[in-house]
Design a protein around this ligand. Structure first.
Ligand code: CTP
Ligand code: MG
Length: 556
């Protein structure tokens, strides 16, 4: 076989199914283990980044023999981990033990000689493995198998949820099926690392950092890959005091504002990704947005990427969510179910618009968990109060200080079940005074709304911003109606689990997958106002709505 740099293959981008190999001593993916990792956010980021730098992405024939493939690559040094996956083409991620091995491999890689087309030469760690002859084809049993990067199908989900033992079990099953896998997490960091190589053609000291749901422990298979160009290294003032009578500065271009600087940088990067970036297709420059960005599809990984610059605050809010997602095992399960619920009922969409976003939903779950008695999550003010001198962090004048060492935070004494929490979440927001109050996770208390936007969720670090400014009244009303309907539905279902053999949808299966089994949900649907008054009567009739069935009696 011989390796050459990839010609951009055409076709759309989805990934396949199968198994994967695991490396020894690999760091757990944020969100890939049941036991919370107590590593700090920056430790995880550094580890993953370093892993990605030792890795290459190889487009290879799906007839490749795994053994021969690995033997061929090991010429350059020992391999730490590898896995294969499908994305309209067959790909391998290979992580070497040492970075030198990658250099050795690249030094033996050639630029393709094309026939009728012309190649735009570019050296990157995205490669193409070309078989030299028929002998490189594998016998059936030694074919490489691919790992899964797709969320489960509706049918599979339906079966899994129906055969679960309890609603708690259903929530945990959803999380297990949707959370980012170890392989998918590696591929996300590797993709950022490959984009960094491209961006480095303009800004040699730049870093491309992932943020958002890829790193905050709340990612679902198939979610977008948010990344930002970090130029702090280029910007940094020299710390060495210059001697003599002069001070030396770089000659730079000046523009009227930071925003224009951002637009210019993203504009050239967008052009470069479009014209030269291997595997980058569908590049859109969205430079007039509040936060200018370049959106593109990274074909080989299958990720929809959003590239911004200077997004240190968003990285900090990813760290905040990481802390919340890691502190208590119930948080990720609840967020995952609420996200799935909102998606199934079309409250969220992959198209930007006036609907609620996943980020807003996550903030709502966190806020709700701060309201429990005893609280399941600490307020942001508490996280700040536990910080020490080294945790201090001010970004663009905003105090973003957070305690980084999670071991310093006492676990919650609250033992409520996921089933109860999900019900209460729907009920809480089904009755929230959205017209008057703002959701504020900093103080963990409702606050008066500072403006008239229908839904107001204070941005945790840029406190003058509303995270859900985009949401209009009718989308908020849909959320409230469906929350009430779902609270009522789960209340009514209490203890009403059909026998497993009947394969009747129940609990989350009935709530989420109404397209598979519409009859049951529709049958139980009530007008929203009626649900509200029924819920109130349930509340006044019962002291503990979690375990008793008085709610059901009151409703029937
Ligand atoms: N963000 C923000 N304010 C907003 C929207 C986004 O601060 N109004 C930041 C958050 O840190 C968020 C990140 O930008 O996590 C990425 O935004 P987005 O992709 O919309 O949300 P994700 O959390 O990544 O969720 P998803 O899985 O839907 O992509
Ligand atoms: Mg995202």
């Amino acid at each position: 076989a011989e390796l050459r740099r990839d010609e951009q293959p055409s076709g759309s981008v989805e990934t396949g199914d199968g198994a994967a190999s695991r490396g020894c001593g690999a760091a757990p993916a944020p969100g890939s283990k049941d036991k919370p990792s107590k590593k700090t956010f920056s430790e995880v980021q550094e580890e993953r980044r370093e892993q990605a730098q030792r890795s290459v992405l190889i487009h290879c024939p799906n007839t490749v023999s795994e053994k021969k493939f690995l033997k061929y690559l090991s010429q350059h040094g020992p391999i730490h981990t590898h896995f294969f996956y499908e994305s309209f083409g067959f790909y391998a991620v290979v992580e070497f033990c040492q970075k030198d091995s990658v250099d050795s491999l690249l030094n033996r890689t050639q630029t393709p000689a094309t026939g009728t087309e012309a190649a735009i030469p570019f050296r990157s760690r995205f490669l193409y493995l070309k078989p030299k002859g028929p002998s490189s084809h594998a016998a059936k049993q030694s074919l490489a198998r691919s790992s899964n990067h797709l969320p489960p199908s509706k049918r599979k989900l339906f079966e899994l949820l129906c055969s679960a033992e309890s609603v708690d079990d259903q929530l945990n099953t959803l999380l297990k099926e949707f959370q980012l896998t170890e392989e998918n997490t590696r591929l996300r960091y590797l993709t950022c690392s490959l984009i960094e190589d491209i961006a480095a053609a303009y800004f040699p000291e730049c870093t491309i950092r992932p943020f958002g749901s890829s790193v905050n422990t709340f990612g679902k298979l198939g979610c977008d890959l948010d990344m930002f160009l970090d130029l702090d290294e280029t910007r940094r003032l020299s710390t060495q005091k210059s001697r003599g009578n002069f001070l030396m500065e770089f000659q730079v271009k000046n523009v009227p504002s930071e925003r224009i600087a951002t637009q210019k940088i993203l504009s050239v990067l967008g052009e470069f990704l479009d014209h030269v970036g291997p595997g980058c297709v569908g590049v859109q420059k969205i430079l007039n947005a509040r936060c200018p960005l370049v959106r593109f599809s990274h074909q080989a990984s299958g990720f929809q990427c959003d590239l911004t610059t200077n997004n240190r605050i968003a990285l900090k809010s990813s760290e905040l969510l990481y802390i919340y997602g890691t502190l208590d095992t119930r948080v990720r399960a609840l967020v995952c179910s609420v996200r799935c619920w909102a998606r199934a009922l079309s409250l969220t969409s992959s198209i930007p618009g006036a609907w609620i976003t996943n980020f807003s939903l996550t903030m709502m779950v966190i806020f709700f968990l701060q309201q429990r008695s005893p609280p399941i999550l600490p307020t942001l003010d508490t996280l700040r109060a536990s910080a020490d001198e080294e945790d201090k962090c001010i970004i663009e004048g905003n105090n973003c200080t957070l305690v980084r060492d999670l071991n310093k935070i006492k676990p919650s004494e609250n033992t409520e079940t996921l089933e109860l929490l999900l019900k209460e979440f729907f009920e809480y927001f089904g009755n929230f005074a959205f017209n008057k109050n703002s959701i504020n996770i900093r103080q963990g208390r409702e606050q008066n709304k500072p403006d008239s936007s229908p839904l107001h969720i204070q941005n945790p670090f840029e406190t003058s911003l509303n995270v859900s400014k985009n949401v209009n009244q009718s989308q908020l009303q849909r959320f409230v109606d469906l929350a009430r309907e779902s609270a009522w539905f789960l209340q009514q279902e209490d203890g009403d689990r059909p026998s497993p053999s009947s394969r009747q949808p129940w609990g989350l299966a009935a709530l989420l997958l109404q397209t598979v089994a519409p009859s049951k949900r529709v049958q139980k649907k009530l007008p929203s106002e009626r649900i509200k008054s029924l819920l109130e009567s349930v509340k006044s009739n019962s002291t503990q709505s979690s375990t008793n069935t008085s709610g059901k009696q009151a409703l029937s």
